[in-house]
Write a protein that binds this ligand. Structure first.
Ligand code: FAD
Length: 456
């Protein structure tokens, strides 16, 4: 290694260190293999050592030592990200936050926990009090709250509450600076959001305070249709029906639900996957009858709890994961449709790329509260040239691409327009540029890091 890793470990012998190369390599990886581009560019990149602190004191000790020894730090929740966000480009320490995971409290509409808490564990603690998280990525069983904040967008629940970045969702973060004597600072409101979706490059998040949603018993269903358009319109109308309490509505064109081999669904149908409060079932059945759809799968909250099978693990980017189990020569894109014409855009692009793009969209509210949908389209090739052409055609037709084929902050969701506050926050929290170096391209460190060509 180019860094004094042995000194670091010798200074703090009581910490939970992970040194076996194969374990450190595993802790350097996420689900970037979804992308042919990232699979190629991140091959061989890994940390030199990992540590799993259990307390704020342990985090402070290791972070202070890294600052003194100029060792890069890449934060990790549980590595379910999709863009190599937790893969170090320059080696160094993997700071695994998953053991720093206490649920702290919930009051009406608000809750707080340590960053390494798994989302499912948060909900298990909050639900008896009548509350639950406002957004669940389909990886909720293992993904952490800090990882969702650092690298995620939203998920089931964004239909009602929008993405994490919508005002009122993230109320505060408690964060640590990377300095020889680390400081701990509470950031509230818009200031807290400056650390959101920047891949752990501008601060170490210790705790999050988040808005909560009322908990319901959720009915899970798959409605299927012969007709693409009837299914798409049903999904759109179900998700925005003001009298219904829905948590999740997604549209999947045929043959996507054929990949869901364990659900026993009829083959070759266009589908709407939904979670709605159980008391909405009668109204949904009426809507479905009017539109010629069939309820092809149904599970009550009690059945979901007993079976541990939930449709939450069939939506968002789990849809793509099920496709991969059947067909390897695939990848995907992430798109944001225009609220003023999303249905037309979905129809037009589905027709234009028939046979090449399998249409999957998630209905949601945008940061500004507009109703729309965002796509996680399955692309039936891993050819990088064709992939780039398809993404360009989407952009040309007015659909925003949140490029999942890059590991750089500026090229993903931020669409090249980096908020200057992100860099100011980096200067404040990480003046030496040790956090996940290389991911924030606009940051020019005063002292270049040790080069590690051995990993190239
Ligand atoms: P990691 O992957 O471990 O980390 C993510 C980023 O956050 C990294 O850059 C890391 O450095 C940083 N980070 C971690 N902890 C901290 C901390 N304490 N302080 C500062 N930075 C930190 N995402 C969605 O938003 N919605 C979805 O519906 C969704 N579905 C998915 C489905 C599948 C099948 C897969 C593979 C991924 C999906 N994702 C989704 C992406 C990902 O699972 C989520 O964003 C998840 O919440 C990330 O949590 P994690 O603990 O795995 O984070």
């Amino acid at each position: 290694s180019a860094y004094p890793i042995d000194t670091l470990r010798a200074e703090l012998p009581a910490l939970d260190w992970i040194t076996e190369p194969h374990r450190v390599e595993n802790l350097s990886r996420d689900f970037a293999w979804y992308s042919p581009v990232l699979e190629r560019t991140l091959a061989g990149k890994h940390g030199d050592i990992a540590v799993r602190p259990r307390s704020e004191d342990e985090i402070r000790a290791v972070v202070g030592a890294c600052a003194r020894l100029a060792i890069p730090i890449t934060l990790r929740g549980t590595g379910t990200g999709n863009y190599g966000q937790c893969t170090p480009l320059h080696g160094g320490l993997i700071l695994d936050m998953s053991a720093y995971n206490a649920f702290l409290w919930a009051r009406p509409g608000v809750g707080r926990a340590q960053a390494g808490i798994r989302l499912a564990a948060f909900d298990d603690a909050a639900r008896p009090l009548g509350w639950e998280l406002r957004w669940l990525p389909s990886t909720f069983r293992s993904a952490t709250l800090g990882g969702l904040f650092g690298g995620g967008f939203g998920g089931a629940g964004s239909l009602r509450y929008g993405p994490l970045a919508a005002p009122g969702n993230i109320l505060a973060v408690r964060a640590m600076t990377v300095e020889p004597e680390p400081q701990i600072i509470e950031l509230r409101g818009p200031e807290a959001l400056v650390m959101h979706h920047v891949y752990g490059t501008n601060g170490i998040v210790l705790e999050l305070e988040v808005g909560l949603a009322p908990a319901h018993d959720w009915l899970e269903g798959v409605a299927t249709f012969d007709d693409f358009d009837a299914a798409l319109r049903f999904g759109a109308d179900l998700g925005r029906a003001p009298g219904l309490v829905t948590k999740e509505v997604s549209f999947m064109a045929a043959p996507i639900t054929d990949y869901f081999t364990k659900l026993g669904l009829p083959q070759g149908r266009h589908a709407v996957v939904f979670l709605a409060a159980e008391f909405c079932e009668e109204t949904i059945a009426q809507m479905l009858a009017e539109r010629g759809g069939t309820l092809s799968y149904r599970a009550t909250a009690a059945e979901v709890a007993a079976s541990r099978r939930t449709l939450l693990e069939y939506v968002w980017n789990h849809t793509t994961l099920h496709a991969f189990k059947v067909e390897k020569n695939l990848t995907y894109i992430q798109s944001a449709y225009n609220p003023s014409c999303y249905l037309e855009q979905v129809r037009t692009l589905a027709q234009r790329f028939a046979g090449e793009v399998q249409m999957h969209v998630e209905f949601l509210r945008t940061k500004e509260g507009e109703y729309s949908c965002s796509g996680l389209e399955i692309i039936c090739t891993r050819d990088e040239t064709r992939l780039a052409e398809i993404m360009q055609a989407y952009r040309d037709s007015g659909v925003v691409i949140n490029n999942p084929h890059t590991c750089y902050v500026e090229e993903g969701k931020q669409n090249l327009k980096l908020n200057p506050q992100v860099l100011a926050m980096k200067q404040r929290f990480d003046p030496q540029g040790l956090l996940n170096p290389g991911k924030l391209k606009s940051w020019a460190p005063a002292q270049p890091l040790a080069q590690e060509p051995a990993h190239a």
